[in-house]
Write a protein that binds this ligand. Structure first.
Ligand SMILES: Cc1cc2nc3c(=O)[nH]c(=O)nc-3n(C[C@H](O)[C@H](O)[C@H](O)COP(=O)(O)OP(=O)(O)OC[C@H]3O[C@@H](n4cnc5c(N)ncnc54)[C@H](O)[C@@H]3O)c2cc1C
Length: 434
């Protein structure tokens, strides 16, 4: 390609498209490369997006046929032992018809494609089926464009935005981001199970268009630090389960076996009964948090979204951070064009924007959470088993007095774990999210 661009963006996920939309709208000549056949073709996520962050980019997204599956009106939390589990749920009328929607499910293949079309309509050039293989540098080692796997594929650009997701080989090439360590990533697998729309409404107790998220921890991850989710789409359920990669290596559990086991849990079976498996996918999740965020602005480049390690593992928020970091990157680039200054110093305003926002505030707040979970595997083994045993014991009517049952429970707890250990875990847990 002989043409020069103002900005080259690597990756048409939420981060890259958000930046492309804002830049193109401002008349900045923007090219966006996507390795998939189309944006979204290679992307999976549990599928919850957040209206606030999207509306800051496209305020009237609902009027533009954004492919929303369901508006989330209820969030459930389950803590499961092997045989049963606890459930708490919160539903609020406030979420029924809020503008913009608070949280909603999407299929990423449809959503990313729609989102990219909005950016293209603003003037961004989207090149799919193309892998960016390296960064171009000028004589002073400043990033000056990208190399692609096309024969004529070098593209010069004043600024390159790396929005290529967790596996970003390019972020590593900047020298800023080391290869993520196994304990800083999770491996998640996902099944999409088709069911008739009315059946989903009935099983989850919602009206048409309304949805429920269920986040699940406990023995379902075979003692590993992990989580599962069940999200309602219009005609399907997204079932994901994942665990920390270092645990997968240690415990030698196969992700697919874990998913199948989870689907046979008594709390899950009634929800997916008679469903038809539609898709199966696997993906990494950036779980390292605050301490794994690299420098994000250098000479001629910025890094956004998952490739910048912007993911809140406790609240399962990544797509919103990707969109907002993409927006901040675009605003910083627009400022740089205003000044005609594309140095690392000029682009450092990007870090300031992130620092002044909820992104760094939240990631800093939860910086100890990843380490806490990895340190205390009892949360995924002994605790759920004891919690299940306690409820089972108290609910079983067998002629034993309640006082005796309490004694039995207490004896069993003391046998499995010391009070000191319980106090330690509670203390560490509170400190990790302070
Ligand atoms: C199982 C699972 C469930 C999740 N659930 C949720 C959820 O419910 N809510 C939420 O907010 N977040 C969730 N996340 C996280 C969320 O998906 C990510 O945080 C978000 O997608 C990050 O957006 P991104 O644009 O940074 O990266 P991505 O969405 O990964 O997009 C990167 C894009 O770059 C492309 N690309 C990569 N390398 C190259 C290259 N060299 N050349 C060209 N193109 C390239 C990829 O094909 C991709 O399209 C989940 C993640 C997983 C894995």
């Amino acid at each position: 390609m002989d043409e020069d661009f103002d900005v080259a963006i690597v990756g048409a996920g939420p981060a890259g498209i958000s930046a492309a939309y804002i830049l193109a709208k401002k008349g900045i000549k923007t090219i966006i490369f996507e390795r998939g056949e189309y944006p979204g073709a290679k992307n999976i996520s549990g599928g919850v997006l957040y209206g606030h962050d999207l509306a800051r980019i496209i305020p009237d997204f609902m009027d533009r046929n954004c492919p929303v599956e369901r508006n989330i009106v209820e969030s459930r939390l389950w803590y499961l032992s092997k045989q049963g589990g606890y459930s708490v749920a919160y539903r609020d009328r406030v979420f029924y018809d809020r503008t913009p929607l608070n949280a909603f499910t999407v299929g990423r293949a449809r959503f990313d494609r729609w989102f990219a079309e909005q950016a293209v309509a603003q003037g961004a050039l989207l090149i799919s089926n193309t892998v960016v293989t390296d960064l171009l540098r000028n004589g002073s080692n400043r990033v000056s464009g990208v190399k692609t796997d096309r024969p004529d594929g070098d593209v010069r650009a004043r600024i390159v935005l790396l929005a290529d997701g967790i596996n970003s080989a390019l972020a590593a090439k900047t020298g800023f981001r080391p290869e993520p360590k196994p304990d800083a990533v999770a491996l998640a697998v996902k099944d999409v199970i088709e069911l008739p729309e009315e059946m989903i409404n009935e099983r989850f107790g919602v009206e048409a268009g309304q949805g429920v998220t269920t986040e699940i921890v406990g023995e379902i991850t075979a003692g590993m630090d992990g989580i599962a989710v069940i999200y309602t789409n219009r005609h399907s359920l997204s079932i994901c389960i994942g665990a920390n990669l270092s645990d997968f290596m240690k415990y030698k559990v196969k992700p697919y076996d874990m998913l199948e086991e989870f689907k046979s849990h008594p709390m899950v079976v009634p929800l997916i009964k008679n469903g038809r498996p539609k898709e199966y996918m696997a993906h990494w999740i950036a779980e390292g948090g605050y301490d794994t965020i690299p420098r994000l602005a250098g000479e001629g480049f910025l890094i956004a979204g998952d490739s910048a390690s912007l993911f809140n593992a406790l609240h399962r928020e990544g797509s919103n951070m990707a969109m907002t970091s993409g927006r901040f990157a675009a605003e910083t680039i627009i400022e740089a064009f205003g000044k005609g200054d594309f140095t690392g110093e000029s682009l450092a305003g990007y870090m300031a924007r992130l620092r002044d926002s909820y992104i760094m505030a939240d990631l800093k707040k939860y910086r100890g959470f990843n380490g806490f979970r990895l340190k205390h595997h009892e949360l995924f083994s002994v605790f759920p088993e004891l919690a299940g045993m306690s409820a089972r014991e108290m609910l079983t009517v067998d002629g034993t007095s309640k006082k005796q049952k309490q004694k039995n429970i207490w004896k069993r707890i003391r046998k499995e774990i010391s009070l000191l250990k319980i106090a330690r875990i509670l203390w560490d847990g509170l400190r990790s999210v302070k």
